[in-house]
Design a protein around this ligand. Structure first.
Ligand code: ADP
Length: 659
């Protein structure tokens, strides 16, 4: 397969040399019109040949044969074959070195940049000069030839080979790339030029060349260049190279046959030489213009893509930052606010008006109310390069008051344009969390205290029992007394623990609402407390509430009403209710007990607050549980004096079932 391809190339090369030789029979008699100069280079490139290979042998043989047939003497034909061989190999090696990323030269891309054209031209130019030098040296130095140095002949060799190599190699690279690249391939016409324009450009070429080659008395060579510029500027690089190839061939052939402006020179060889350089010029011009345009278009495409990507990135970043629950701020050391999200503005109570000044409102106080010095603020610390993690600070927000924020501050890379340090601040409004934590801590303190009291009593009484036992003085009466005190203390502890559990579940339990008949529930609670005779339950409109929690409310209120009566007095309780508005039902638990002093009427709903702690036992949690439950249902509760004179009325609202 490899050998067949090499032989194929050798035959093609020999034939092209012979054909051009035959054509020249009609012309000036000079051998070697292109493409013979470019073909061996393409051959070695396509085959990826090495210097020591069958291709080299065949190339040498074919060049020798072609030069012989073209009418040279044996010695000169051999010398020219060596010059052809050296020139072709020099071109291939330089192309592999200077244009290694182009198709056929070791890479896989087409000629697409003016830099490619310059390197291609330089490689082929240097190779052609090597060939010229060798051929000229052979003519001058070979004893059998004994020629003299003829600058026109050397120029002719150079021009012919350079023009041929440039046009043929450029075309081969462009075609090779196009054929081997996977579809879909771009249009052969290029992105700019349409079909009609192509037709007009072809007609323009034919007309200008027709005129320039027929009206030789007039210096009409200059419009010819316009056709190459047109093709280079408007059509694909491949089409532009093909155009150069066709007009180059036509120019060469016509000049050889003494037609046209280049044949109009007195010395035919000189004219032909000028024609060859003209072909090289239009080929280079066309390629340079086409690749320049390609490069610009590629840059524009890259730029557009980069812009689209940047736009996408920006919108993505804005969406992410905008949807964060945490407040995000980026500030620099000059105090400029560079980035902020709606959450930050919301947390700082500033609506959307967060601006450079606003960030100074941040992080000014510690939780115990001490103002932070400027350089102790999380922002300042992060701007100095320190990372601040979840620090609690107090901010005073206009119209809103104090807020507890958890702030993290992270140093960002410096702004190298403005030479400023930057920092990222993450804010979380932890005011409620903080209040809960505080409340929990206080609660735990009271719980510990209240549990310790009965425990201390149990300890004390059991110790006395032990002492009496040791002394052998414990009579049954005394033992009974001590045991009853211990049991009373442990009962108090049990009740406190029960109330604590009820307190915890009153806020954590999920509401499971349904139609609740308050009257029936109140009757049940009274029965369970063996107080049916003391509680009268009047009709109350049905409510939409959690029955378990409403039972807890009634149990606490009825329990208190039974408990808080003067000693020896019989409790008398009424549960009644009515629709207070379209949405709510008001329920009242009315008693005739000891009443609540005015200053305690609101405080009794706080945890552990007791108005009658000396005379009556209790944990001080019942009413706080009641208030929590009512509030969770969207209602309110208050304690007022009984208008009938003695006792209290606990009045609360719950959602009406029929609302
Ligand atoms: P406890 O009854 O365990 O002390 P509560 O939270 O139920 O705790 O009540 C808080 C305080 O409110 C009681 O200590 C008592 O002083 C007062 N109180 C509650 N209900 C009544 C009532 N019906 N009459 C008079 N005082 C009451």
């Amino acid at each position: 397969m490899g050998l067949a391809a090499a032989v194929g190339f050798a035959l093609l090369f020999t034939c092209s040399a012979l054909i051009t030789h035959r054509i020249e029979l009609f012309g000036s008699g000079f051998n070697g019109l292109w493409p013979a100069g470019g073909l061996p280079i393409v051959w070695l490139m396509v085959r990826g040949a090495t210097v020591v290979s069958i291709d080299s042998v065949l190339l040498l043989a074919a060049a020798f044969a072609a030069n012989l047939v073209a009418g040279g003497e044996t010695e000169l034909a051999a010398a020219f074959a060596v010059a052809n061989f050296a020139q072709s190999w020099a071109a291939v090696m330089l192309l592999r070195r200077w244009c290694g990323d182009l198709w056929g030269c070791g890479g896989d891309r087409p000629i697409a940049r003016p830099r490619d054209v310059a390197r291609l031209g330089a490689a082929l130019g240097v190779a052609t000069l090597i060939g010229t030098t060798l051929a000229t040296a052979a003519v001058v130095l070979l004893p059998g030839v004994n020629g003299s140095f003829d600058p026109v002949a050397s120029g002719l060799w150079t021009g012919r080979n350079f023009a041929s190599a440039l046009v043929v190699v450029a075309l081969a690279i462009l075609i090779g790339y196009r054929v081997t690249s996977p579809p879909p391939r771009p249009s052969l016409r290029g992105a700019d030029g349409g079909q009609l324009e192509l037709l007009v450009a072809v007609l323009f070429t034919i007309t200008t060349y027709g005129l320039a080659f027929s009206l030789v008395e007039l210096p009409l060579a200059f419009p010819l260049l316009a056709a190459s510029v047109w093709f280079g500027a408007r059509f694909s690089t491949l089409l532009s190279a093909a155009h150069s190839c066709v007009v180059g061939l036509v120019t060469g052939l016509l000049t050889l046959n003494d037609i046209g402006p280049f044949a109009n020179v007195a010395d035919t060889d000189l004219g032909f030489m000028i024609a060859q350089f003209y072909v090289a010029t239009i080929a280079l011009t066309g390629l340079a213009i086409a690749t320049g345009r390609d490069e610009r278009q590629a840059l524009a495409t890259d730029l557009r893509q980069a812009q689209e990507e940047a736009g996408y990135e920006v919108s993505m970043r804005a969406a992410v930052i905008g949807s964060m629950i945490e407040g995000v701020l980026v500030v620099d050391e000059a105090g400029d606010l560079l980035v902020h999200n709606p959450a930050a503005a919301r947390i700082l109570g500033l609506g959307d008006e967060l601006d450079t000044e606003s960030q100074f409102a941040l992080s000014s106080w510690t939780l115990d109310g001490q103002e932070l010095a400027e350089d102790e603020r999380p922002t300042s610390r992060a701007l100095r390069g320190e990372t601040v993690e979840s620090e609690l600070v107090l901010v005073r927000v206009a119209d809103v008051g104090e807020r507890v924020l958890t702030i993290s501050a992270i140093p960002l890379p410096r702004d190298e344009v403005q030479h400023r340090a930057r920092a990222l601040l993450l804010l979380r409004d932890t005011t409620t969390e903080h209040a809960h934590r505080e409340e929990l801590a206080a609660f735990a303190g009271v719980v510990a205290h209240d549990l310790r009291n009965p425990l201390a009593a149990i300890d004390g009484w059991t110790e006395m029992i032990a002492d009496e036992l040791d002394a052998g003085e414990l009579d049954t009466q005394l033992a009974r007394e001590f045991v009853s005190r211990v049991r009373s203390s442990s009962r108090r502890m049990r009740e406190l623990i029960r109330d604590l559990l009820a307190h915890a579940t009153s806020s954590s339990r999920d509401l499971d609402v349904s139609r609740v008949e308050v009257t029936a529930l109140a009757t049940e609670v009274a029965a369970a407390r063996h107080a049916s005779g003391q509680v009268s339950a009047e009709p109350v409109p049905p409510v939409l509430a959690d029955p378990v929690l409403v039972r807890q409310v009634l149990d606490n209120l009825i329990g208190n009403a039974i408990k808080y009566v003067a000693p020896g007095e019989e409790p008398k309780i009424v549960v009644q209710g009515c629709r207070s508005d379209a949405r709510l039902v008001t329920v009242e638990v009315v008693d005739h007990g000891i009443g609540i002093p005015e200053q305690d009427r609101e405080k009794v709903f706080d945890e552990f607050h007791r108005a009658h702690y000396r005379e009556y036992e209790g944990s001080g949690l019942g009413l706080s549980i009641v208030r929590r439950i009512v509030i969770r249902h969207g209602g309110t509760i208050q304690a007022v004096p009984n208008p009938a004179g003695q006792g209290s009325v606990f009045r609360f609202t719950l959602p009406a079932y029929e609302a």
